[in-house]
Design a protein around this ligand. Structure first.
Ligand code: FPP
Ligand code: MG
Length: 264
């Protein structure tokens, strides 16, 4: 059966949107591109509530948004993307919700890393950042497998911050510094550099974020990358739930970054 005119119209409109999208990316890539963008992915449950769906569906939609954001970031040639996927505090959430998030790690996240998956397609490496030893053994195994599958990719990097909090990261770095000093019998005071070298993000060779974006209208950092956010980090609190984030939210932020760099 030949295509109906409505199918043709839809096809044409998809083509136009696709060309506009590629055109905008190409124009932006002509300017300075941030090396590292970090996201506090907030608002999954409120998104679920406003759509009358279950909390877990909110997280599933959140995972789909993560894929969308990665596509946009890789198209813009942003090398490092960090996302706050599960804080240490999140262990206090209802068991069903925690189990659902663990399930996403074991299934959908692993899919991203297998050959043909999004990270593999973009030659991006997955780093987990956080105390993953707090997760059930099968989740730890899935995360380790996901990292192993992507370890030889260098074009892009996804830092998945899970079982993470900044205070824990800094406290752990201080403890490691003290242990090293005691082993070496060192008595001189330690410096910022000693701590910085032992941060989880330093261990995965990530630079400080140029941009940090938190969705859902909430204006807090919630213990995310507190040490890493420097004077040069452009912080944005945007009024959209994470599952609904899109190009229209991200592109103006990149433009603002470019204006900032050009005006320096
Ligand atoms: C914050 O929204 C979101 C989370 C605690 C989980 C983030 C997880 C995803 C985006 C899915 C992908 C993640 C994995 C595990 C691979 P919220 O639950 O705090 O919602 P609210 O702010 O509306 O209450
Ligand atoms: Mg929240």
């Amino acid at each position: 059966m030949p295509f109906s005119s409505s199918t043709n119209c839809q096809w044409l409109s998809d083509q136009i949107i696709d060309s506009l999208r590629h055109g905008s990316f190409a124009v932006l890539r002509e300017g300075p591109i941030p090396q590292h963008v970090a996201f506090v992915m907030d608002g999954n449950r409120r998104h679920a509530r406003t759509h009358g769906t279950k909390v877990l569906q909110g997280h599933v939609d959140g995972f789909a948004a993560l894929k969308k954001v990665l596509e946009i970031s890789f198209a813009l040639e942003i090398k490092f993307v960090s996302v706050y996927a599960f804080s240490i505090d999140n262990f206090k959430r209802p068991k069903e919700e925690v189990d659902g998030l663990m399930h996403l790690c074991k299934t959908d996240l692993l899919d991203l890393c297998t050959p043909g998956g999004l990270l593999a397609q973009h030659e991006a490496r997955l780093n987990t950042v956080g105390k993953t030893n707090l997760f059930p053994p099968e989740v730890q195994a899935a995360l380790a497998k996901a990292e192993e599958l992507t370890k030889d990719y260098h074009r892009g990097v996804l830092n998945l911050c899970v079982a993470y909090s900044s205070r824990d990261e800094i406290a752990t770095a201080v403890e490691e510094t003290l242990q090293a000093a005691s082993l070496e019998g060192r008595t001189k005071p330690f410096t910022e550099r000693d701590i910085e070298d032992r941060l989880m993000t330093t261990k995965v060779n990530s630079p400080p974020p140029d941009i940090l974006i938190r969705t859902s209208g909430v204006k807090r950092l919630s213990d995310f990358l507190l040490w890493q956010c420097t004077d040069n980090t452009q912080i944005h609190f945007i009024d959209v739930f994470w599952p609904e984030i899109g190009m229209v939210d991200i592109l103006p932020i990149i433009l603002e970054y470019q204006r900032k760099i050009w005006s320096q």
